[in-house]
Design a protein around this ligand. Structure first.
Ligand SMILES: CC(C)(COP(=O)(O)OP(=O)(O)OC[C@H]1O[C@@H](n2cnc3c(N)ncnc32)[C@H](O)[C@@H]1OP(=O)(O)O)[C@@H](O)C(=O)NCCC(=O)NCCS
Length: 191
């Protein structure tokens, strides 16, 4: 989910060959914790942070045990710059989440690459029929990114979330397998 947007668009695009996603590793968790704790995604997502490292590692271990929630690190030139996931759905299929921690890595094609690649995995490996996501209606950059990846508007969820002392609307989008055109670049190495 998102509110205001701090994406800058004057930086050079990242070459596709420099980007990849791979399953999140336990060693990535401190990077993820620091990324969210910095506050750069606080206004535009539903994550509630800061959390301690032990609680984040517990979260990671729960995900490993539970299955049904696939979390990937987003890498640019080998460096983890964000995470993206397919988690149990609110409605049907799986729910996509994404956060690029480094603001300098936004607006350069990384989100489009990660969403497209993750959807390809969801449709081809998990055999999902549908991937859905929530976004704040004011988060124009995210909505444009999802639309570029093929997601379609489904609904306005009125007073969907209570955040920072106020109710906020949510916007729901989805992509069906029959609509998806993706590519695959998933690293299979888990550890
Ligand atoms: C939202 C987010 C995932 C988008 O990823 P990104 O790498 O910044 O997006 P991309 O560079 O792939 O841009 C894709 C499209 O979105 C649009 N877009 C990107 N930045 C934009 C901006 N600042 N203003 C308007 N449109 C923008 C463009 O249409 C762009 O396509 P184009 O470059 O061909 O014109 C990323 O900015 C992010 O992680 N933000 C913080 C966390 C967050 O808000 N997560 C999403 C919660 S729903």
């Amino acid at each position: 989910m998102s509110g205001s947007c701090d994406v800058t668009r004057d930086a050079a695009r990242i070459p596709t060959a420099a980007m990849r996603i791979r399953p999140l590793r336990r060693a990535d968790v401190p990077i993820m914790r620091d990324g969210f704790a910095s506050g750069v995604a606080a206004q535009t997502t539903r994550w509630t942070f800061p959390r301690s490292l032990p609680s984040m590692l517990g979260w990671f271990d729960d995900i490993e045990r539970a299955k049904g929630h696939d979390v990937f690190a987003i890498l640019v030139e080998g460096r983890v710059v964000g995470i993206t996931s397919l988690r149990p759905p609110r409605y049907s299929g799986r729910e996509l989440t994404i956060a690029i921690f480094d603001p300098g890595m936004r607006g350069r094609g990384v989100g489009t690459f990660a969403v497209t690649t993750l959807c390809e995995y969801g449709f081809s490996v998990l055999r999902l029929a549908r991937i859905e996501l929530g976004v704040y209606p004011s988060h124009h950059a995210a909505i444009a990114c999802y639309a570029k990846c093929g997601f379609k508007y489904e609904a306005l969820l009125r007073r969907f979330l209570y955040q920072d002392g106020a109710w906020r609307d949510g916007m729901w989008m989805s992509l069906l397998r029959s609509e998806a055109k993706g590519r695959s670049a998933i690293g299979r190495d888990k550890k």
